[in-house]
Structure formats: C-alpha cells, structure tokens
Ligand binder design. Structure first.
Ligand code: SF4
Length: 309
C-alpha cells in the first residue's frame, strides 16, 4: 500500500524522464477550468492562496522517500490543481533545493504570476513550465474558463515580468483544440504573445487523452507540425506520449493505485503512462477490482478506474 499522500511516482515523462510528483492541491482546485483538463472540471475555482495541504507533511514525505533510496530525474510540483495556489509552494521549492540534488520543475498555468510574491516563489524552481492557449479574453473564456477576476492581459503581463526577473528555464506549453484555437491565424496570435516572454522552449500539445469536456477534439499531427513553425523558437510537438517509455519503470499494484489517486484513468491511459500493453495493465486492474481497491465509472462512453474511498 502506498504510504504517501502528497507525493507520487516517479512517473515516466517524455520531457522530465523519471519525474517525482508533488501534489500541493486538493482535487480539483484551480484558478481556471480548462475544457481540455484531464482531471475533469474545476470544483473549486479560486484565486485564494492558502495551505491546501499541510506543508510539513509534504516535507516529511519527501525526506522519507529520499531515505528509502528514491531516485528521480526531476521533482515536479503538479497534481490535482494549480500549485501556485498553495501559500507555501515557494517554501517547498526552497526545501527541494536544500535537501536534494535533483532539479525542480513547477508546472503552472501562470495566471497568478501578476503577483510579485508568486513570481518570487516561482523563481526558486529550476524549470518553470507555463501554459498559454488563448490570445484574447474571448478565447480565454472559451478555452480556459478563468476565475471571474482574471483577464488575459494581466496574466500575460505577469508572465513577461517573470521572465525579466527569472534566470532559470521557462518552457511554454500551448494546448490546441480542433476548431477552437487551432486556426493558423489564431495560433499566430498566440505565438506573437509568447515572443516577449522569451521562453527557452515551446511545446505544442493536443487532446490525446480524454479531456474534461466531451466535445474537445484533438488537432491532427500534420497541422500541429505546421503550427509549430509559427513560433520562435520553433515549437516541439509533444502531443503523443512515446510508447515503451515506461520500460525501465517498476509497475505494480501500488504504482497504479498511486496514479489513480491523482486522477481517474482508463486502461488505455494507464498503458500510455507506463509504456505497457493494455493487457498487462488489465492484470493489475483485475486484481485491484477483485480485492475491492478500485471501482469503475462510465464517462463519455469510456470506462474509468477510480480508487475506492
Ligand atoms: S490549469 Fe491545469 S489543472 Fe487547471 S484546469 Fe487547466 S489543465 Fe486543469
């Protein structure tokens, strides 16, 4: 049985190798409610920073993981919502720097970077990956459904200010949805907005995994490749998770339970995450079903596995 409540993995990640996840949120707390979110709809849309989970518990778990011989290529703040909403996310980044030689990554939607104290905390990460998939307030509403007090200009200003103050690596992720923000003219507008943020890398993604809303359709790979050329530096298409990436990862009932605690998944999604055949995943889910640890639920005609409460 997994003994951690706030850390998970390491999970294989195309960009981050073996990435140990640190979850500072409670499902699902975010400043926005992206239609493509793989965690489902935002149930707590807020701009309030507070201690969503006890920070001392997170630190103790990280130390216990380290003491047990845990190894990862990156330690990543991500999980069940927006990590910058946690009032002490900067403390955790400092703690990782002091206690580990492993570089840290902050995955954020960047919407709170207009606040100087959030920028100062975010600057403690070695890599900050920011998402931006809209070009004006109308598209921001359609794609990201932000908190009523947010506007896109304020968010972009925050991202630009962060670049001025931060010497580490910034990666921008642009999520494209067929027929919503994928027209070349619109992608061009996103590209121009990103330019003054001077990201070290730009990544294009699309809805290869089932999103929060059933009408969200992925963009064809050829179109993504075309869009990638509109960015400076040229964007990388990261939409498809490489098969077999999980070959070196130890998968067992606990790692599967660990993943399902973070988000409900289909067997196909788990197979993607772990780089395994879906039949292998079925062996584990069968046993977990038999022992009553997980259950299934139908969503958009797909069968999702969830941890039993
Ligand atoms: S920012 Fe991330 S967690 Fe929040 S709604 Fe969008 S995809 Fe989901």
């Amino acid at each position: 049985m997994n003994k951690y409540r706030h850390i998970f993995g390491p999970v294989p990640s195309r960009r981050f190798g073996r990435s140990l996840g640190v979850d500072l949120s409670v499902l699902k707390t975010c400043t926005i409610d992206c239609v493509f979110c793989q965690l489902g709809r935002t149930t707590c849309k807020t701009l309030e920073q507070k201690e969503y989970v006890p920070i001392e518990e997170v630190k103790q778990e990280l130390l216990a993981w380290q003491a047990s011989g845990g190894e990862a290529d990156y330690i990543t703040l991500s999980g069940s919502g927006e990590p910058t909403l946690h009032g002490s996310f900067g403390d955790i980044l400092s703690f990782i720097k002091e206690q580990f030689s492993t570089p840290s990554v902050l995955l954020t939607n960047g919407t709170l970077l207009y606040r100087p104290e959030v920028r100062a905390s975010a600057a403690r990460a070695d890599v900050v990956k920011i998402s931006l998939s809209a070009w004006d307030d109308d598209s921001f509403q359609r794609v990201n459904r932000p908190h009523e007090s947010l506007n896109l200009e304020q968010c972009i200003e925050g991202m630009r200010a962060f670049r001025q103050e931060y010497a580490g690596r910034i990666w921008m992720e642009v999520f494209l949805i067929d027929g919503v923000n994928s027209a070349l003219a619109d992608v061009e507008k996103i590209a121009r907005l990103i330019e003054p943020i001077y990201p070290d890398e730009i990544q294009l993604n699309t809805a290869v995994r089932p999103p929060a809303e059933s009408g969200v359709r992925p963009v064809a790979r050829e179109h993504l490749e075309q869009c990638a050329r509109l960015f400076h530096p040229k964007a990388t298409v990261i939409a498809s998770f490489p098969a077999h990436a999980g070959g070196t990862f130890k998968v067992n009932q606990d790692t599967i339970l660990d993943l399902l605690r973070r988000r409900p998944c289909t067997a196909r999604q788990m197979a993607e995450v772990f780089g395994m055949h879906v039949n292998e995943i079925a062996k584990y889910t069968g046993e977990l079903m038999r022992t009553g640890k997980i259950r299934t639920e139908y969503r958009n005609a797909d069968v999702y596995f969830l941890v039993r409460a």
